[in-house]
Every structure is written in C-alpha cells, then in structure tokens.
Design a protein around this ligand. Sequence first.
Ligand SMILES: Cc1cc2nc3c(=O)[nH]c(=O)nc-3n(C[C@H](O)[C@H](O)[C@H](O)COP(=O)(O)O)c2cc1C
Length: 156
Amino acid sequence: MPTLQIIYASTSGHTEYVVGVLKDALKNDKKLQIADCKAEAAKPEDLLQSDVLLLASGSWNTGGIEGQMNPHMHDLLQGRVKDIDLAGKPVAIIALGDDRYFYTCRAGEHMRRFILDHGGKLLGDALLIVNEPYGQEERVRKWAATLSKSLATHNA
Ligand SMILES: Cc1cc2nc3c(=O)[nH]c(=O)nc-3n(C[C@H](O)[C@H](O)[C@H](O)COP(=O)(O)O)c2cc1C
C-alpha cells in the first residue's frame, strides 16, 4: 500500500483545515495510507520514510521579511533537514497566503526550491489557497483527485 506523509505548519489553523479537507477527500482512495505531522514535531526521517511526501505551509514574514514560509516550516527545511537528500522522492506542495500581501502564497516557491535543491521530484502543480480556506473546499477536493491519479501513475 503506498504511503503519503503530510508535514504541515499552521499558525491560525488555515493550513491545518486544508490538510483536514484533503485527508477526508483522500479517504476514498483505499489504496493509500496517510500519516501527518506538524513541522515543529517532524524529524528528518519523516521526510524520507513514505513513498510520497506533501509539504503544506502558509506564507509568513519569518525573519521580518514578507513572502517566507511559516516559521515552523522554515525551521524544519532551512534548519533541521537542510542537508537532507530526498533521493528522487515525489513531493507535493500546498501553499496558503493572502492577497493583501505582495508576495502572495510565496511559501510555495520556497518549498518548491527546497524540493528541487534536495533531489526531490515535484508531484503535480502546487495547490495555492489565497485568503481564508473556508468555502474553498471544492478546490481542495479537485486537487486531491488529481493527486490520487498522480500517485497511481507514479506507482507510489
Ligand atoms: C504575520 C503574517 C505575515 C503574513 N505574510 C504573508 C505573506 O507574505 N504572503 C502571503 O501571501 N500571506 C501572508 N500571510 C497570510 C497567511 O499566509 C494566511 O493567512 C494563511 O492562510 C495562514 O495560514 P495558517 O493559519 O495555516 O498559518 C501572513 C499572515 C501573517 C499573520
């Protein structure tokens, strides 16, 4: 059974909510085993042990500069696992943001760079959720369906 590890960072609960909607949608995929953990609790092995990885983060002004990842995802990717080798692992991205900020959803770009710089493979297009996720559940479900198909074609 293919395994999907979700690692997410969420401060006001938006990203956590999106991950919840995604997990509900993926429950229909009986062939998939899903685990999730918060970025602050993630260990290096959590990025490596599953067939497919999903990174999810809101955009933040980490370090005083807008357009960064959530501080917890920043600490994980730029700190604890900064030298990790993803060894070709397929990785999907969910990025949240708000259109009041110039660098809207820019966390997605930082995660994309991390994946490519560490030998990972991007799995499909990133899901970008601009503004509050409430009312955007259908987009998440559609993206989940596409993710399911990609997982099948990757034989993950
Ligand atoms: C201090 C702060 C800085 C933010 N910086 C950005 C930003 O640079 N770009 C952006 O698109 N959204 C930015 N946002 C909006 C959040 O990314 C957005 O509200 C997101 O849904 C929060 O997700 P979370 O509740 O999972 O942490 C910022 C929000 C806060 C509170």
